[in-house]
Design a protein around this ligand. Structure first.
Ligand code: 5GP
Length: 190
């Protein structure tokens, strides 16, 4: 999507370790009007799928998922990375390896928040090696919910997570696809 690629060219910063910093509009500082335009694109792509819930993972996915939920008019559920004291009852949990932090954590949601009748759209900021999405897919499978697809703001195709997720039979729509990236040469879009 040209709108997204242009914004990444303008405000994205490539760092060592295959990390694209987009803190000026997507992560830490969120350009709400801009993200709302992108949310409309996800709505256009998934509006006929009967989405009942949007699922993401804390922390950076939450604000984006909430803006995406507005045109769909559905609630957002976010998986927590650990079981907090205010989570009681039965839980769905999946193991996730974090690309940016290099650490392992859980993705946890109460069973009451995802039902087998749900038709779930997964939303996340980045798709790199696919661990975050694999974790969210596992949660949906535990609940018996239907996954209508995933909406990703930036996919780094060369890290192959997208291929794996699609091979699992999950539709993935990415607003910008990066096929190569380095501090020296910058960003190449698919
Ligand atoms: P994956 O689980 O697909 O390997 O990585 C996706 C997760 O790692 C996303 O939730 C995102 O928070 C983080 N991530 C992966 N690559 C990048 C990147 O280049 N920049 C930023 N800001 N986050 C990333």
């Amino acid at each position: 999507m040209k709108l997204m690629e242009d914004r990444i060219r303008k405000d994205g910063i490539v760092e060592d370790g295959d990390v694209l910093k987009v803190g000026m509009f997507l992560n830490q500082q969120i350009d709400v009007n801009f993200i709302s335009q992108l949310a409309e694109e996800f709505y256009r792509l998934y509006k006929d799928e009967g989405v009942t819930k949007i699922l993401t993972i804390e922390a950076s996915g939450i604000g984006l998922a909430c803006l995406c939920a507005v045109p769909f008019g559905v609630p957002v559920v976010f998986a927590k990375k650990s079981k907090s004291n205010n989570m009681s009852g039965d839980l769905y949990a999946s193991h996730v390896h974090s690309f940016t932090h290099g650490t392992d954590h859980m993705a946890v949601i109460p069973c009451t928040m995802l039902k087998k009748e749900d038709r779930v759209l997964l939303i996340d900021d980045f798709l790199a090696r696919g661990q975050a999405l694999h974790g969210l897919i596992d949660l949906c499978e535990q609940a018996g919910a239907t996954i209508v697809g995933a909406g990703v703001f930036v996919e780094k195709t060369y890290q192959l997570g997208g291929d794996e997720i699609r091979a699992r039979g999950v539709r993935v729509e990415s607003l910008a696809k990066i096929s190569a990236m380095s501090v020296a040469d910058g960003i190449t879009f698919v």
